[in-house]
Design a protein around this ligand. Structure first.
Ligand SMILES: [Zn+2]
Length: 264
């Protein structure tokens, strides 16, 4: 994790998204407003517990895979809460889409709101609420908001043109204002105490980094307690739209320029 100070704003830059936990650990149960291509809302230690339980069952130590998985997850979380293991040790066994669940389960973070491009029809994680999905809200602390297109698009099927338009508009005021209003619907005090979290794969076209109107983004930067940025170079490559040339370093450098301007 690299700590950078830009005009009095602190940003923490990490490679893998789950490493942001190292920065979030020092916070005071803030909210997180996250911009990401993916929702990153898988249950903590899904991958680790799956394979560990699998090998234990093959060695004849246990029989019930689901039950053993749950025990392994609970054990990891308790070890952290009892301060037997550090956040770095947690990250050794956490995937880059399992950190949000971990952060709310150990009460590091209060509520997470994710504005993502990738949408899930349902979630197996009981801590996740999909906004505009099929289920009722039960005070879940991870809120996924993945609108299929930009606000106001009335096409019944969002086509290729929509995909580019949506990517290009990622930071435009009318996009972020809508997301912010949705977050406030769930928690009116959300933006009184929050961390701005950005995964570089949220940016899929060059134009997405040069919005026409982005006062809202600048305000989000200014009023945040601090910012975390995940480089995720491979995800950036995979999520790029055809014909676009971006990489994590270009995105980071442009974000730093915007942060600099926002702080004036
Ligand atoms: Zn559309």
């Amino acid at each position: 994790m690299k700590k950078i100070s830009v005009n009095k704003k602190t940003l923490y830059v990490v490679e893998s998204h789950n490493q942001v936990l190292e920065a979030w650990e020092s916070c005071t149960r803030q909210n997180v407003f996250s911009l990401d291509f993916h929702t990153d809302s898988r249950e903590a230690f899904q991958n680790y517990s799956y394979w560990k339980a699998d090998s234990e069952i093959k060695s004849g130590l246990y029989r019930d895979h689901e039950k053993r998985k749950k025990e392994i997850i609970d054990q990891k979380i308790n070890q952290y809460l009892e301060k037997e293991i550090t956040i770095k040790q947690i990250n050794d066994n956490l995937k880059n889409d399992e950190h949000l669940d971990f952060s709310v389960r150990v009460d590091m973070i209060d509520t997470v709101f994710i504005l993502s491009k990738n949408s899930n029809a349902s979630s197996s994680n009981p801590n996740v609420y999909i906004i505009d999905g099929r289920n009722n809200y039960r005070n879940q602390r991870i809120l996924e908001y993945s609108p299929p297109c930009i606000p106001g698009c009335e096409k019944s099927i969002h086509d290729e043109k929509c995909r580019y338009m949506r990517a290009d508009s990622s930071l435009e005021d009318f996009v972020l204002d809508t997301a912010i209003a949705r977050a406030k619907n769930f928690k009116s005090s959300f933006f009184e105490n929050y961390i701005l979290d950005i995964d570089c794969d949220f940016f899929n076209t060059e134009k997405s980094l040069y919005p026409e109107n982005f006062e809202t983004f600048k305000k989000l930067i200014r009023e945040s307690d601090f910012i975390t940025i995940a480089l995720e170079p491979e995800c950036v490559k995979i999520c790029l739209l055809e014909g676009c040339r971006l990489n994590s370093e270009i995105i980071l450098s442009r974000l730093i320029t915007i942060i600099e301007e926002s702080q004036i």
